[in-house]
Design a binder for this molecule. Structure first.
Ligand code: NAD
Ligand code: UDP
Length: 321
């Protein structure tokens, strides 16, 4: 019988999920990665498939896990629910799928967690629950400013629903749940063509194309390197006596999108231009920066990787794929 602690990671073939699976394996877990590959890729888990403590189930979590799988499953210690498109162009393309995975998919994974007495469930939520924030920086007690009718609503509102559902499983079934609100994260295993700002700018800079600013580039984001984020996610699920807590995870180093373009040009030593490429989406948040005082206090967590260091590692990754 397998005696290692068991973790299930939905969305484990995606960018953050594959980095999380690697770290869990390094820490001695048996890891089941459950993913339908809608935005993730088998190449992200190819090296992990060689590890006897890693198993991949290609499955859409809007359906409960197959009975044949559940029969063989020993009680999981941790269930990390990361499955959901996350890049704006992808969740706009797969809008209904995004709403279904964050609603029905979250329900199915919460139900699984509630089947086991000692399993803990972590929801990967997002800074997008704050919408276009009127409060800056964003603290967990800010209820947000989301347009329920806009083109980002399929993601924002379904993540808000997922948070509410998660809290109801605690209230009604006493399921051991916690929620992290992840702010913009980047690093190795991001899809080259996933359309997010860091992957776009690095790939444009490396191939000599112009870097495309949506709007004038004055909107801000705060970029967190993936190893820092994974550390925070694991601390969050390991921490005792915090059922029902919601905590921001991100790097408070706020930058204008134009500044992100400039630093990537410098680090890639690229001669590419920075151009304005159309208007930004009406609901594209103008400013975003996490207040991480709660993460520091409760988890003893804060990010350590500087933006230069993290971007250099990410540039190396994209050069080699
Ligand atoms: P990603 O698109 O790289 O990974 C998501 C994974 O979920 C993919 O592998 C995809 O195939 C899988 N998936 C989607 N729908 C599924 C379904 N119905 N069944 C099974 N698998 C499914 O995105 P990511 O950046 O790694 O994001 C992971 C999680 O973190 C998401 O929940 C996202 O909302 C959250 N998040 C990410 C960021 C960020 O900056 N990367 C910020 C905030 C929140
Ligand atoms: N952005 C940009 N050019 C790009 C991609 C993104 O100017 O090629 C901007 C986008 O409008 C947003 C910010 O960069 O203001 C971050 O976008 P991303 O898609 O990475 O994530 P978001 O934080 O919007 O979910």
């Amino acid at each position: 019988m397998n005696t290692l602690p068991i973790s299930i990671v939905t969305g484990g073939a995606g960018f953050i999920g594959s980095n999380l699976c690697s770290e869990l394996l390094r820490r001695g877990h048996f890891v089941y990665c459950v993913d339908n590959l809608i935005t993730g890729s088998e190449k992200n888990i190819k090296p992990l498939l060689l590890n006897p403590n890693f198993a991949f189930l290609k499955h859409d979590v809007i359906n409960p896990l197959p009975d044949s799988f559940k029969k063989k499953l020993n009680p999981p210690l941790f269930i990390f629910h990361l499955a959901s498109p996350a890049s704006p162009p992808k969740y706009k393309k797969w809008s209904i799928e995004t709403m279904r995975v964050n609603s029905v998919g979250t329900y199915n994974m919460l139900n699984l967690a509630s089947d086991y007495l000692y399993s803990r469930f972590l929801l990967a939520s997002t800074s997008e629950v704050y919408g276009n924030p009127e409060v800056h920086p964003q603290k967990e007690n800010y209820n947000g400013n989301v347009n329920p009718l806009g083109t980002r609503a399929c993601y924002d509102e379904s993540k808000r629903f997922a948070e509410s559902l998660t809290m109801e499983f605690l209230r009604k079934k006493n399921t051991a749940v916690r929620i992290v609100r992840i702010f913009n994260t980047y690093g190795p295993n991001m899809e080259k063509s996933d359309g997010r700002v860091v992957s776009n700018f690095i790939n444009q800079a490396l191939s000599g194309q112009s870097l495309t600013l949506y709007g004038d580039g004055s909107q801000t984001r705060s970029l967190c390197y993936v190893s820092d984020l994974v550390e925070g996610i694991i601390k969050m699920i390991q921490k005792d006596n915090i059922n029902g807590e919601v905590i921001n995870l991100g790097n408070p180093n706020e930058m204008k999108v134009r500044e992100i373009a400039e630093i990537i040009l410098k680090l890639t030593k690229s001669n590419s231009q920075i151009i304005k490429s159309g208007e930004k989406d009406a609901d594209d948040p103008k400013r975003r920066k996490p207040d991480i005082s709660k993460a520091k206090k409760i988890l003893g967590w804060e990010p350590h990787v500087s933006v230069e260091e993290g971007l250099l590692k990410t540039i190396e990754y994209f050069k080699n794929i």
